[in-house]
Design a binder for this molecule. Structure first.
Ligand code: NAD
Ligand code: ZN
Length: 359
């Protein structure tokens, strides 16, 4: 099978740190004979927009991306070419396969971290929409050893946001040391990661306290399986409300998915003794201010949780394909990306926005 590959494409480009997005019609497409071994060219069908893409566009993190940059790391598309001399394993992806592109575009698979399945910590990692161009374009170069096959049952738009929001929230739950029947608090529950964390947590048999703001997000998270709701903007005493919602002792774990430092601030006060906080949201400049004395006496655990490995991606997609988790999304066009960023910045996006690129 061979595909006709154009020389140029439409792409949403950030020209420099903090600069406005430009939607270009003549962004170059790497041609089949220019692909290095291990690279593949993917024709994008749909891509989700993550709050990470907004941080990257603003340049507000302590690490910098490449420029000019095509953002995006929740893409689903078709492999239209694979670099010559790419080693073929028995279960390698092929031209014509529908695959997902996640934040971790590439890792070496040979270092200590990769060998242990901690691909996110690989020192040679390439990151979609950060150190290499991402999915806000018609074509993207990715890597055969990291693209994720998309289960047949899942429509491309429905699958897209599992590749970051899904994988990340699923993995954070997996390592949260919780068990069926435990209470879990999810600050940021109405957002992209959070609304999927609510569903993965419910699928695991956890009891969910959702924290976010506004009527739309309240209705959304309660419809997705959260048992209790706390509005962080109207509560008079967040810690007390959380304890009241969780048998007076506080939750066994919290998964912080808000892009906001306040969401981290009271964890020591509300976590149940021996509880675990999974640090997921990446506010621009924030420190974890945990009182040492009470962290020790309460035997608390704090774990950073960064996306997921290839196996986490396969598992997160399989659970979605089985119908246990659904991305709640609104569809927009690539040309609407600036407006989508504005909505994310204002906290106005309930669930996710997915861009339809494949038309
Ligand atoms: P989002 O904007 O869709 O959702 C964030 C939600 O947090 C919003 O609904 C907002 O109303 C809510 N919120 C804001 N302040 C809050 C507070 N004080 N308490 C409770 N809720 C609050 O964003 P998203 O795409 O879900 O991403 C969230 C964060 O996670 C971003 O910082 C992103 O960069 C980060 N992220 C981390 C990883 C990782 O690997 N750790 C992966 C993807 C995204
Ligand atoms: Zn993301």
């Amino acid at each position: 099978m061979s595909y006709k590959i154009p020389k140029t494409q439409i792409a949403a480009v950030v020209p420099a740190i903090g600069a406005e997005l430009e939607v270009l019609k003549d962004y170059p497409v790497k041609q089949a004979d220019e692909l290095a071994p291990g690279e593949c060219l993917v024709k994008i069908i749909a891509t989700g927009v993550c709050h990470t893409d907004l941080h990257v566009k603003k340049g507000d993190w302590p690490i910098a991306s490449k420029h000019p940059l095509v953002g995006g790391h929740e893409g689903v598309g078709t492999i239209v070419a694979i670099g010559r001399n790419t080693p073929v394993a028995e279960n390698s992806v092929k031209v014509g396969d529908r695959v997902g592109i996640k934040w971790l575009a590439y890792s070496c698979l040979q270092c200590e971290f990769c060998r242990k399945g901690l691909e996110q910590a690989c020192q040679s990692a390439k990151l979609s929409g950060f150190t290499v161009d991402g999915t806000f374009s018609e074509y993207v170069v990715s890597y055969v050893n990291h693209v994720t096959p998309i289960p047949e049952q899942l429509d491309s738009k429905a699958a897209a946001s599992i590749l970051c929001a899904g994988v990340t929230s699923y993995r954070a739950l997996k390592y949260s040391d919780t068990h069926i029947g435990d209470w879990i608090v999810i600050p940021g529950a109405g957002g992209g990661l959070g609304h999927l964390a609510v569903q993965y947590a419910s699928a695991m048999g956890l009891r969910v306290v959702a924290i976010d703001t506004g009527e739309e997000k309240r209705k959304l998270v309660l419809s997705l399986g959260a048992e209790k709701w706390i509005d962080f903007k109207t509560t008079k005493d967040l810690v007390q409300d959380i304890k009241d919602a969780t048998d007076g002792l506080g939750p066994h774990a919290s998964i912080v998915t808000a892009a906001n430092s306040e969401a981290y601030s009271q964890a020591v006060d509300y976590l149940r003794p021996t509880g675990t906080m999974m640090l997921v949201g990446l506010p621009a400049a924030a420190d974890l201010n945990a009182n040492v004395f009470f962290s020790v006496l309460k035997c608390l655990n704090f774990k950073g949780s960064y996306v997921g490995n290839r196996q986490d991606a396969v598992e997160a997609l399989a659970i979605a394909a089985a119908g246990k988790v659904k991305v709640i999304f609104e569809t927009k066009d690539l040309s609407d990306l600036a407006e989508v960023y504005h909505g994310l910045e204002q906290g106005k996006v309930a669930g996710r926005i997915v861009l339809d690129v494949g038309k």
